[in-house]
Design a protein around this ligand. Structure first.
Ligand code: NAD
Length: 263
């Protein structure tokens, strides 16, 4: 199937590593011109070089912190200046710290909401006017399985991600008539730095190895393995494609079946 992504301008937020980088790589391989972003210039340069050498695609690097309004504005503005349009937006950011109710104060919740919910809103606020003007757009928000099924030691993530689903569903309704689709994707367990950090934390607390934690998570997943970021990226690339023209307002889990609910 041709995803018809050749020449499309795509912004992938938080993409120097992990799921974001895998998505940028997949979109670039499909012929999109990608803008990647992260706070560290050195990490971003490494990721851009990797994507260019793997795909030969045009890659724009925009350093910035997604919790800063001005950095978000610059990320979208530089893409528009370079490409003339902002066709695709993948929202993403790091995950908030792991922990339980007794571990956090109100400020920790504020930071988590800034990182995962407000950054998503800010990115959409900057990108949607360009998509409306063009009469076409694709927005995909990376959230978490925690948005649908709270994860035991991730109270901050569980709280902030649910808001993202509410925002995305509302936005989908309000921009559909402009040819813009808006969907959320919910990762389960995928082998990235974030997953390694979470596994190390659990391993340290329980006095077991990181491999044992991975094995436990794999066993709790119907597919009996941890996901590869490439598998995640393939589904996101489809949602960004011209072919996914009648899918909007959904929140799709890409998780090897680990989510146990019906809807
Ligand atoms: P990762 O740690 O591998 O990558 C995170 C990326 O975000 C990096 O490029 C980092 O530089 C960038 N980043 C972090 N904070 C930023 C900020 N404020 N501004 C700009 N860039 C920032 O993480 P990942 O596993 O790819 O996860 C991506 C998202 O998906 C996270 O929100 C994570 O919590 C969520 N998630 C991941 C999994 C998984 O299995 N990997 C599962 C559920 C949810």
């Amino acid at each position: 199937m041709d995803f018809e992504l050749k020449g499309k301008a795509a912004v992938v937020a938080a993409s120097s590593s992990g799921l974001g980088k895998a998505i940028a790589l997949e979109l670039a391989a499909e012929g999109a011109r990608v803008t990647i972003n992260a706070r560290s210039e050195a990490n971003l340069r490494r990721a851009a070089d990797e994507i260019r050498s793997a795909t030969g695609a045009e890659v724009l690097q925009v350093t910035g912190d997604l919790t800063r309004k001005e950095d978000v504005r610059r990320l979208i503005a530089e893409t528009k200046d370079r490409s003339g349009s902002v066709d695709i937006l993948v929202t993403n950011a790091g995950g908030p710290p792991a922990g339980f109710f007794d571990d956090f104060k109100e400020d920790d919740y504020r930071k988590a909401v800034e990182l995962n919910l407000i950054s998503t809103i800010a990115l959409c606020r900057q990108a949607v006017p360009h998509m409306k003007e063009a009469g076409w757009g694709r927005i995909v928000a990376i959230t978490s399985i925690a948005a649908k099924q709270p994860v035991e030691n991730l109270i901050l993530s569980n709280t902030a991600r649910a808001g993202v689903l509410g925002f995305m569903k509302s936005l989908a309704d309000q921009v559909a008539s402009f040819g813009i689709t808006v969907n959320a994707v919910c990762p389960g367990y995928h082998l990235t730095e974030r997953l390694r950090d979470l596994a190390s934390l659990v391993a340290g607390k329980e006095g077991v190895s990181v491999e044992e934690v991975y094995a436990r998570w794999a066993a709790s997943t119907p597919m009996k393995r941890i996901g590869d970021p490439k598998e995640f990226a393939a589904a996101v690339a489809f949602l960004c494609s011209v072919r996914a023209s009648y899918i909007t307002g959904t929140a799709i889990q890409i998780d090897g079946g680990v989510y146990r609910g019906l809807i």
